[in-house]
Design a protein around this ligand. Structure first.
Ligand code: SF4
Ligand code: SF4
Length: 357
């Protein structure tokens, strides 16, 4: 374990021990009930608490021990630092994870490279015949590029999740724990402040549900887009119905609302981030997180524009921009904020098991 990691965990442990004695914030989120199970906190316990925290900041604005008090409590920041470090430490390969999270510039460079690869592929694999997108890029070339770009990052994340599971000494996996975690994710219950009033992310000591709603728009927008792609794949391979698809088809009926939700959600999250105090999060990754939100938004907007421009001369260029951004999103999945979805879900599943003993 790196010296820096030990320091982050040690500082979070100091703060968690104070909170565990105080317990004023018990009803705010799943961190505090999990905390009360322990009297002494191992490194894995701190990693687990950090991944249960949603950085709603309610505990900070309720706390009587923040600076200038000598305890100098800032639990959202302490847990954010440990959480961020855990993603960078546990995902494989670690040097790539450490490299991208805090660098918006590197993410932007990767995006340009993604565009370049797709422009090259469009020129190199232009088919003699085909409909829709396949008139510009052969189906086999698309599969050859995107299959490894999808599977390899998932493998890197899976290695990280396995390491997390061991580090926090989670109980054996059970389906009922997964369903319990899905229920929490589906409603983003841990962003409701405990009683539905919302969180304190961007309005400091006032409550707001804006972050929860924007986050839900991104979550459901992304899932709809993913379902649209999956339905297109099934129609292609199982029912021999290749693209392009009309508006009243499953891929479009799922994909268009998904793209709109994703666009609205990413704009909202970026705006809220500019309003929130960086000192209550992992400040060093602010630029990387903003770049990631921008990338996600670009995927959504370019997809919608591409669909709107179907049949025009702009399609080849737009196709390269859209698929290039999708390629970048996939490849960076383990090394950007995108990975938080996997770790958060795993933490909630592990917590379901731990709290049932
Ligand atoms: S954040 Fe402050 S008020 Fe809340 S439990 Fe911790 S010490 Fe108590
Ligand atoms: S910031 Fe919010 S989610 Fe995190 S520990 Fe505090 S109250 Fe819980």
């Amino acid at each position: 374990m790196l010296h820096e990691t030990r320091d982050l965990i040690q500082e979070a442990r100091r703060q968690v021990e104070i909170c565990n004695a105080c317990r004023y914030c018990e009803g705010f989120c799943s961190v505090f009930p999990a905390m009360t199970r322990e009297h002494a906190f191992a490194d894995g316990d701190i990693t687990h608490l950090a991944n249960l925290c949603h950085n709603c900041r309610g505990c900070y604005y309720s706390c009587q021990y923040t600076e200038p008090h000598e305890f100098a409590l800032n639990l959202p920041a302490a847990l954010a630092e440990v959480r961020q470090d855990s993603w960078e430490r546990l995902v494989w390969p670690q040097p790539l994870a450490r490299s991208f999270h805090d660098s918006g510039v590197k993410i932007a460079v990767m995006l340009v490279l993604g565009f370049a690869v797709l422009f090259w592929a469009l020129a190199a694999f232009k088919p003699d015949a085909g409909d829709g997108f396949y008139a510009h890029l052969a189906h086999n070339a698309m599969v050859a590029i995107f299959t490894p770009a999808f599977i390899l990052p998932l493998l890197a994340v899976a290695i990280g999740i396995r390491r997390y599971w061991r580090e926090v000494e989670a109980r054996p996996f059970r389906l009922e724990h997964l369903f319990g975690a899905i229920r929490q994710v589906a409603t983003l219950r841990n962003l409701d402040g405990g009683q539905g009033q919302g969180c304190n992310f961007e309005k400091e000591d006032r409550y707001s549900n804006a972050r929860r709603h924007c986050h839900q728009a991104v979550l459901y927008g992304f899932l709809l887009c993913f379902a649209a792609t999956a339905s297109g794949t099934i129609m292609h391979y199982v029912f021999n119905m290749p693209a392009p698809y009309p508006l009243f088809s499953l891929p479009k009926l799922l994909g268009v609302p998904g793209g709109i939700l994703l666009t609205i959600g990413t704009i909202g999250l970026a705006y809220l981030k500019t309003k929130a105090d960086p000192a209550l999060g992992a400040a060093r990754v602010w630029g990387g997180e903003m770049a990631f939100i921008g990338l996600l938004g670009f995927v959504a907007v370019s997809g919608l524009v591409l669909y709107a421009m179907t049949g025009t001369a702009a399609v080849p260029g737009l196709l390269a921009l859209h698929l290039g951004s999708v390629l970048t999103l996939f490849l960076l999945l383990p090394f950007t904020k995108m990975v938080h979805g996997f770790f958060r879900m795993t933490a909630l599943v592990a917590e379901e098991g731990l709290k049932k003993g």
